[in-house]
Design a protein around this ligand. Sequence first.
Ligand SMILES: Cc1cc2nc3c(=O)[nH]c(=O)nc-3n(C[C@H](O)[C@H](O)[C@H](O)COP(=O)(O)OP(=O)(O)OC[C@H]3O[C@@H](n4cnc5c(N)ncnc54)[C@H](O)[C@@H]3O)c2cc1C
Length: 386
Amino acid sequence: MLSSPDEELRAELRTWLAEHPPPAVDIAATLADAATLRAWQHTLHAGRWVGIHWPVEYGGRGASVTQVAIYNEELARSGAPPLLGRAGITLVGPTLMTHGTERQRAQWMPRILAGDDVWCQLFSEPGAGSDLAALSTRAEQRGSEYRITGQKVWSSYATYADMGIALVRTDPAAAPHKGISMLAIPMDAKGVDVRPLRQMTGDREFNEVFFDDVAVPVANLIGPAHDGWSVANTTLANERGASFIWKEQVLHQIAIDALSKACADRGCTRDSVVRQRLAESWIDVEIFRLHNARTLSRLARGHEIGAESSLVKLFWAGMSQRLSDTAIAVLGPGALLTAGDDAGPEAGRWARGLLSTRANSIMGGTSEIQRNIIGERLLGLPREAR
Ligand SMILES: Cc1cc2nc3c(=O)[nH]c(=O)nc-3n(C[C@H](O)[C@H](O)[C@H](O)COP(=O)(O)OP(=O)(O)OC[C@H]3O[C@@H](n4cnc5c(N)ncnc54)[C@H](O)[C@@H]3O)c2cc1C
């Protein structure tokens, strides 16, 4: 049962969204439409609808976990596009709240909310993904500056980003987890080279980022020098927090409803096998919803989500892939078309889903890594040899 402040927030947001309809951004073209997305974030920010979980003193509304769930639900249902500045809002802001200096918070946080600065996450490297502590991008302190040399990869939205949070090695002699620091890097600094990578969806969401002796003030160090691993843990804990959980659940509910309707419209629900496949996907989404409701109520009572977030991430990745496989199986080959009369009214939607959901079992920690965490930390199985 939702309390009245929660229902009031829902009503306020619904009214606001009716007065400020989200731009109709084609998700397939989302990345080409960065200017529209920035403008949408400006509009949301003017209504105080960006980063509502941030404390009031930092420009948020101090919203509870339940209110964040309501917020994501209403935005998803309104068809609002994803926020271009979401890495700043979900990852950088909370990291600065815990580890940043007063000056860093004052300098960067208001610009993150307003959408004036888009941030990207510069963690992964060609030789350091799952084993992130193996990263080798170097930052040497020289006087009041760090000089950075190395390479990052899979950096989402780096082409649009004004700033990046990077993990860099500042003490090569220390143990892998110990000699790392976190730096904020202006993406227009001399020596930063961003090269987009084309994905199988045709998008250029992620990028290679090269640093050639890039100078960054020591004042851009976030948290203590050489202790960036602990700082990064704050960042990563926010990656799969409450915000992620509920939004994904609502988006999948919308998708299974749309798929069921598309099947009914084409008359394919007369086939019992089609009905079974749809039912399986519907059950997936319902399990996800019930599990998430339990997780959210625990978070609302002040519990940490901890290693259980791996369970959510693993199930979500599989569910999204099963749903897109089902869509193609039940709608038939026409669903693979992106244009033309045979592609049907949702032209390209399901084909795109089939391709884009492959990334879900890789990004934010692969499914194998999630299984390791579940085995070791939730089931108490012997630890993997390291
Ligand atoms: C869409 C997308 C967006 C991304 N955005 C960003 C971003 O913005 N910023 C950023 O820094 N990174 C980003 N990443 C990178 C992502 O974090 C890495 O791809 C991920 O951590 C896996 O690392 P890797 O690709 O180097 O694979 P590897 O770590 O090389 O893994 C290769 C294979 O080996 C398996 N494997 C590795 N270690 C183990 C083990 N110990 N036990 C069992 N199996 C293992 C993996 O599961 C995988 O199947 C993004 C990735 C994707 C797909």
